[in-house]
Design a protein around this ligand. Structure first.
Ligand SMILES: *Cc1c(COP(=O)(O)O)cnc(C)c1O
Length: 384
């Protein structure tokens, strides 16, 4: 079968799946019904729409129940969640933080906001996540241990943390990454923004590092409009994150005492109300997304990425692997012209002018994947 024929039948499959003969089929749209409306209206009726209210606590409880993490702290969005996670693990100005170049710009931005700099390590083709071998090679060749810290020899800067990302919901090889980080005294913070509902060897993503961070932006697996969440098993990290997210106010019935310079990153109750309703649907969303992924994989003549062995992906966004950048561009043209929304991966961070001067390893797999992967419509069907 020629590419054109395979693509045509894929477009037909997508229109049939979403039962939409014409008009735009988005990459990923949220799905709401009466349940969300009821809780949001309840929130408005109660007047507790802002930073105080029961839905925040309830949503945090649902996330700990679902992931198995001991603690959860709701915040305004995933980007600031990453920023806060890096703050509580002790990131300081002038530190270095290892991450992948194949990520959304929020990951390095959260590092930069601390006046620290990202170091980009290559990813694996199978998982799209940070490559443990590249990480190990970089740390072994370029760092030494000094007073229990990992120091980059050439720049004399401390490598404080490593932030792998579970790309498109496919879990990275997080146990191997954790082992390497432990050996080099580097904190592990997981960018799990895309991976709510994804498991590595039966354990939820975000639970391997000191802190994991989810996003509930409008295009993610579940949404609160805007929102994010930290998870951790460390009670002190959780307490500090919550404290810093709420202006570090010392609890008192009426006095305004604050014991360190801090932020206002609290998730408003009205957003959490959406989250509570969405969490009840998460298992059904995951089942439907898995079935769609299987259907995509059965399309003949196309290579569609599958979950790595020993993992369970949430299949946030399904991904087609093209043979070349030229073919990728042709597919993007072809599908978008038919109002079927498809998108390439992000331009790798080491290619952006703002991050081009950062330290990095060889980027063979990052460049290879960035030139070939296209995301295709993956949202759940919804008549709202
Ligand atoms: C969505 C996303 C974020 C940021 O989340 P927001 O809630 O949009 O701020 C961070 N990292 C990755 C990889 C993401 O996909």
């Amino acid at each position: 079968m020629s590419n054109q024929q395979a693509w045509l039948s894929m477009m037909a499959f997508i229109r049939q799946h979403y039962q939409q003969a014409e008009g735009l089929i988005p990459l990923h749209a949220p799905c709401f019904d009466e349940a969300e409306k009821r809780l949001v209206v309840d929130c408005i009726d109660s007047t507790f729409v802002s930073s105080v209210g029961q839905y925040v606590t309830e949503f945090e409880q649902q996330i700990t129940d679902f992931t198995g993490a001991k603690h959860a702290v709701a915040v305004v969005n995933g980007t600031m969640g990453l920023h806060l996670a890096l703050k509580v693990i002790g990131l300081q100005a002038n530190d270095l933080v290892i991450t992948q170049s194949l990520t959304f710009v929020a990951t390095p931005n959260a590092i930069k906001m601390h006046q620290a700099d990202p170091v980009f390590v290559d990813v694996e083709r199978e998982t799209l996540g940070l490559c443990p071998e590249s990480l190990n090679h970089f740390l072994t060749e370029q760092t030494i241990q000094q007073n229990g810290e990992c120091v980059h020899r050439q720049t004399d800067r401390v490598i404080r943390a490593c932030v792998p990302m579970h790309t498109l919901g496919f879990p990275a090889r997080i146990d191997a990454i954790l082992e390497i980080c432990n050996r080099h005294n580097i904190a592990l913070v997981e960018d799990a923004a895309e991976s709510l509902g994804s498991f590595y060897q039966g354990q939820h993503t975000g639970r391997f590092g000191q802190v994991g961070v989810f996003s509930f932006n409008g295009n993610k697996v579940i949404t609160t409009g805007g929102g994010g969440m930290l998870i951790t098993n460390n009670a002190e990290l959780a307490r500090h994150a919550k404290h810093l997210s709420t202006t570090a106010k010392v609890p008192h019935a009426w006095l305004f005492e604050h014991d360190e310079p801090a932020y206002n990153l609290r998730m408003p109750n009205i957003n959490a109300a959406l989250g509570v309703a969405q969490m009840q649907k998460l298992p059904a969303f995951l089942t439907e997304k898995r079935a769609l992924a299987q259907a995509y994989q059965q399309q003949s003549g196309l290579v569609v990425l599958n979950e790595p062995t020993n993992t369970q992906s949430n299949y946030w966004l399904n991904a087609l692997l093209c043979e070349s950048e030229a073919e990728r561009n042709a597919f993007l043209e072809f599908s978008n012209r038919q109002h079927i929304q498809t998108r390439p991966l992000w331009t790798p961070m080491h290619q952006l002018a703002i991050y081009v001067d950062c330290l990095r390893t060889d980027m063979t797999n990052t460049d290879w994947l960035a030139a070939r992967v296209v995301n295709v419509p993956s949202g759940v069907r919804c008549d709202g």
